[in-house]
Design a protein around this ligand. Structure first.
Ligand SMILES: Cc1cc2nc3c(=O)[nH]c(=O)nc-3n(C[C@H](O)[C@H](O)[C@H](O)COP(=O)(O)OP(=O)(O)OC[C@H]3O[C@@H](n4cnc5c(N)ncnc54)[C@H](O)[C@@H]3O)c2cc1C
Length: 471
């Protein structure tokens, strides 16, 4: 008799793992076993929504944060049930940026409701442990765990999220072993128990830097914070809320070519600027098309984008809410936050503290500062062949997965099937979320992740009870 798909194992239960599970459970027509393995961050929340700090807010307006694409008001309706928000009204809430802590509570509620449902026919097995490897065996796959017996499963979903940042290029690699170095900016330890009157260096100048600055200050730090990045771009705030600009997309035609898109973009930014409007609506207008543009760009153009435009695009695309912008600006004006356009040279522990040497790219001089801690906010590390996640590293080593050509994540096809070293899409191992950045580029935020989770769950449900393909 042919073996049938009867068990699915999701590794990682942040937004992606959880929402895949929610759709699997809610839409199942036949019983099966669903294993969910998660360790590192609390179930449902991941690094994004597990913070306790109410001042760390979503960077996407509430109206776009429903966890279910077909029910756009799902999050807003949930918020409206809260006494302290009800009086504000749905229209106002829709354009605001709610605390990420609250969003984490929302996700936990959706999960609880799913698990408590009387109609649930899926047997859910929650495993609070780290998966360390996957092996192909005769009747499926064996997933090894740190503290528990390994489990055998038919299908695997890698929903492992973003990795911590990679180590920056400095001469003295020993520094990365010091307790003053914080490699994971999303850990609470990175912003707590600092020497309140000292200096702190943040490597990186994006949204994680903003969160880290707020986290440090809210935890009583009142010394000076330096942020260093090669471009030293000034961050942008969300403005012109609701302005919809369509003209660029109307002109955008395949085949895509990076140079032409860039020229078109500049032309439309010039046009809206005549009306006193910034580039924001032009940037946002491309959002709905960015996945198809990326997928259809030649490899050479993708490489050029990564080399010359990625950081500029990142600043334009990942903006902060106005009140957060004002708070950061206030710290800059008070001299409490200094943004350095520079390149790190070295970091050493000395008798005075941590000495940081860098090349100031504005003044073209070599400079140094002394700080008490260094927090790495350079963004997720993406080359899976050098992953620090033992599961991903071992799967890359045994060839079940491989990096995509841009080394931005896991190689996969549009059906989320991973592509191993045999260059064939797997019928049993799938991935979604940040792991698909190489395939989709824009695979980061809830508006796209909720669609991925639902599509993947529906595709997997079609496999339940069906004979597995004969090899
Ligand atoms: C600080 C921050 C703020 C953000 N804010 C927003 C926002 O406002 N709006 C928005 O739309 N998006 C935001 N994002 C984007 C965010 O990445 C997505 O919204 C979403 O939370 C990603 O979910 P995920 O499931 O892919 O990954 P994650 O949330 O990272 O979840 C992955 C889970 O898998 C676990 N895991 C990994 N490997 C293993 C293993 N081997 N064994 C067991 N468990 C494992 C991890 O510990 C984690 O719990 C933010 C991201 C960050 C980091």
């Amino acid at each position: 008799m042919e073996k049938q798909t009867s068990s699915i194992t999701i590794i990682g239960m942040g937004f992606c793992g959880m929402m895949t599970a929610v759709h699997l459970i809610r839409n199942a027509k036949e019983p099966f076993t669903l294993n969910i393995i998660n360790k590192g961050y609390p179930d449902c929340k991941g690094p994004a929504y597990s913070t306790d700090n109410p001042h760390l807010v979503l960077n996407v307006p509430s109206a776009k944060m429903s966890c279910i694409a077909s029910q756009p008001d799902h999050f807003l309706n949930w918020v409206m049930e809260k006494d302290n928000y009800k009086a504000l009204g749905k229209e106002l809430l829709a354009i605001t940026f709610m605390p990420r802590k609250l969003y984490g509570e929302y996700l936990a509620d959706v999960w609880k409701e799913t698990m408590d449902s009387q109609e649930r026919i899926v047997d859910v097995n929650m495993i609070n442990d780290s998966a360390t490897g996957v092996q192909k065996i005769s009747d499926g796959y064996e997933v090894s765990l740190v503290n528990s017996d390994s489990i055998v499963t038919d299908v695997i979903v890698l929903a492992t999220g973003n990795e911590s940042p990679g180590e920056p290029e400095i001469l003295n690699k020993e520094f990365f072993n010091c307790k003053e170095y914080f490699p994971n900016p999303w850990s609470n330890e990175a912003v707590r128990n600092s020497d309140p009157d000292s200096n702190i260096l943040i490597i990186g100048n994006g949204l994680t830097m903003v969160d880290t600055v707020i986290g440090l200050v809210d935890n009583g730090f009142h010394g000076k914070i330096f942020s260093i990045s090669p471009n030293g771009f000034a961050m942008l705030q969300h403005r012109h809320g609701g302005v919809v600009y369509k003209n660029l997309v109307d002109e955008l035609k395949e085949p895509y070519d990076l140079k032409k898109i860039f020229e078109l973009f500049k032309k439309h930014v010039r046009l809206v600027r005549q009306l006193g409007i910034s580039a924001e609506p032009v940037v946002d207008s491309i959002r709905g098309k960015s996945q198809s543009i990326w997928m259809n760009l030649p490899l050479e153009d993708k490489q050029k984008f990564m080399k010359y435009l990625r950081h500029l695009w990142g600043v334009a695309r990942h903006r902060v809410p106005g009140h957060v912008y004002d708070r950061i600006l206030g710290l800059k004006l008070d001299g409490k936050l200094s943004i350095i356009k520079g390149r790190l040279r070295d970091i050493k522990k000395t008798s005075e503290g941590i000495k940081v040497d860098y090349r100031n790219r504005k003044t073209l001089t070599d400079e140094s500062i002394v700080v008490s801690r260094v927090i790495n906010c350079t963004g997720p590390f993406t080359d899976i062949s050098r992953s620090k996640n033992p599961l991903i590293a071992s799967m890359a080593a045994n060839g079940l997965i491989k990096p995509d050509p841009m080394k931005l994540g896991i190689d996969a096809d549009v059906s989320f099937r991973v592509i191993g070293i045999d260059n064939q899409p797997s019928e049993e191992i799938y991935t979604l979320g940040g792991n698909l950045k190489g395939l989709l580029w824009e695979s980061t935020a809830v508006p796209e992740l909720r669609v991925q989770a639902e599509n993947l769950a529906n595709a997997l449900l079609e496999k339940i009870g069906e004979p597995e393909p004969v090899e």
